[in-house]
Design a protein. Structure first.
Length: 336
């Protein structure tokens, strides 16, 4: 058994590789790159496939390069250290497509859909590829592993999570309905992607100043709250055009209007939670989005039933889930 485990969270547009100490789950090294699954897949189609490389071999080669960089950073020989990967690597544009797990999904990891690979001469790492979860009309890859790790971390801290909606903000935000140790359902909102499209590629790009979104002045926060309220009254589609008229009529500055647009879109995402009155809410954001969601939660008067988890806890969730799934797999292999 290796003293370490390599944990890789490989998303559409980012790559994160961590080296964890197996005995205590502590991270002893990390590498973050912009070489996401989408770019890697495109590179394989343009160069690897033409040169006769299989998709799996091309992805392994990319992984080996990143592992070598991390090995140099931490001054540790990572040969034969096992590797666990979650995220988009198991998708149709990943290393190999692995079928989704289905609902209800046990959060001890026992129902996870995984693919195990033995070490190869040119890739001396046994590897576990974790797939995602699907419902009748929705899919996700990566968040289920984060959720498994998060539930375990909360349990270790003595925090009960019998029933709650876990909100994972992001490009494609997820609302995960958890009850009695199982994921029952989830919904996806294209929150971040819609904001990016509207702010950079639509008619509204001339009406907002996105660079101001780090300045939480009183006037900017007021504009954000106004956007949240707009989402609950006239709705998203009309509210989007109001972003244009805010600037035309000089109701808001471009900086304020960027906050207004953000509030409008986040407000539209969170608005359905007003009807979920029996569910506590847990905001799981390890990024700058936390401040925006806090403000929206307050404006929607949802604060009384909302817990906002600290960023450092969210940061550990994916690798914790990967570690648990690898241990589960190891137990299965040894009992066969």
């Amino acid at each position: 058994m290796s003293n370490y485990l390599l944990c890789c969270d490989w998303g559409t547009s980012f790559f994160r590789l961590q080296l964890l100490r197996y005995s205590d789950d502590q991270c002893v090294g990390e590498l973050i790159a912009r070489e996401g699954i989408a770019g890697t897949f495109d590179a394989w189609r343009k160069t690897g496939a033409i040169n006769g490389l299989t998709r799996e071999h091309f992805f392994r080669r990319q992984l080996r390069q990143q592992i070598q960089v991390l090995a140099q950073q931490v001054s540790v020989d990572l040969t034969k250290v096992p590797l666990v990967i979650s995220g988009m690597a198991s998708s149709s544009i990943g290393m190999e497509e692995v079928p989704y797990a289905t609902l209800p999904f046990a959060l001890d990891g026992s129902q996870a859909s995984v693919r195990y690979y033995e070490a190869q001469p040119d890739f001396p790492h046994e590897m576990l590829l974790i797939s995602g979860v699907r419902s009748q009309q929705d899919v996700m890859r990566g968040e289920e592993t984060q959720l498994i790790g998060l539930i375990a971390l909360l349990s270790q801290a003595g925090v009960g999570t019998t029933e709650a909606i876990f909100v994972f903000p992001g490009t494609h935000s997820k609302h995960l309905y958890v009850q009695n140790g199982r994921l029952l359902n989830f919904t996806t909102y294209m929150t971040g992607e819609l904001f990016d499209l509207m702010a950079h590629q639509s008619l509204l790009r001339e009406s907002v100043e996105v660079s101001s979104l780090t300045t939480f002045s009183a006037s900017n926060k007021s504009a954000f709250r106004r956007g949240v309220r707009q989402a609950t009254t006239s709705g998203l589609l009309n509210g989007l055009f109001t972003t244009r008229t805010n600037q035309l009529f000089e109701t808001l500055t471009k900086s304020q209007n960027a906050f207004y647009l953000s509030g409008l879109i986040i407000g539209a995402e969170l608005y359905p939670l007003l009807t979920q009155t029996d569910w506590p809410l847990v905001i799981c954001s390890g990024s700058r989005l936390t401040a925006f969601y806090e403000l929206a939660i307050d404006e929607l008067t949802l604060s009384a039933r909302t817990t906002i988890l600290p960023a450092e806890l969210i940061d550990k969730a994916a690798s914790k889930g990967q570690m648990l799934l690898f241990r589960n797999q190891t137990v299965k292999e040894t009992t066969r």
